[in-house]
Design a protein around this ligand. Sequence first.
Ligand code: NDP
Length: 276
Amino acid sequence: MASLIDGKVISQTIKDELKEKVEKMKEQGITKCLAVIQVGDNPASTVYVRNKKKGCEYIGIDSLSYELPENTSEDELVKLVKELNANDKVNGILVQLPLPSHINEDVIIKTIDPAKDVDGFHPQSVGALCIGQKGFVSCTPAGIIQLLKRSNIEIAGKECVILGRSNIVGKPMSLLMLRENATVTVAHSKTQNLKEVCKRADILIVAIGKPKFVTDEYVKDGAVVIDVGINRDENNKICGDVDFDLVEPKCKAITPVPGGVGPMTIAMLLNNCIEA
Ligand code: NDP
């Protein structure tokens, strides 16, 4: 039977560590503030934004909230981001994605001052990660590294297969695993012999957005499986990209969905806010 990598417990530990750090910073007169911008009222975004603000409150940092109407123009959003860039009281800026289709996300991400880019999406942050320089790292992949390290899972020298190559999960994940000295393969929708490729993995990280896609046929005996997916199954229940019931008996350790990778994303965002 696999051991369960419990993201709820690990993220709570990180949040408590951050809370202590914030208290110490406050004693030295240092305060931190995250500005959160949401455009429109996408229900999923509203939940994410609420949880991010709750996280700030828990660890003791300020948050500023901007809830803008759906018809906000790109120029208006750019103007607000520039104002926040210039505001010394604001350390981190987060623009909740997705944005309405009339706003170009790339333009907005590039407008955020890289020094306040706590989501780690700015090209400068991504470039810094690529060449091993200091910069903000995208929160979900950074959270996965913490899950592995805090579960005492060795990364260096291991075969790691990452299924999915998105800019927010797969690509930064591959760079982080490389930084941790894994041997990294990135697979995607055009990969041939996908099952065989995945079966090479000592650590298999799946981020494709396809409910229960990865079955036991994709997993080597004794592998560690990290499931990033958040989907709804046929009964409208939240499930991952991995078929947990089939895969769990085969592997050494696995993350559940929910309660695995998900809770880590906010913990790492809060960490970035403190670093900002
Ligand atoms: P994207 O849709 O941006 O990317 C999906 C990737 O999976 C693409 O690279 C795509 O390949 C690949 N892919 C899709 N279908 C297949 C297939 N059949 N075989 C092989 N590869 C495939 O997704 P995201 O990275 O944004 O998100 C992935 C999942 O993770 C989603 O369920 C999302 O909800 C979840 N997520 C969870 C987070 C968390 O906090 N836990 C945070 C972010 C995302 P190609 O490039 O060739 O099209």
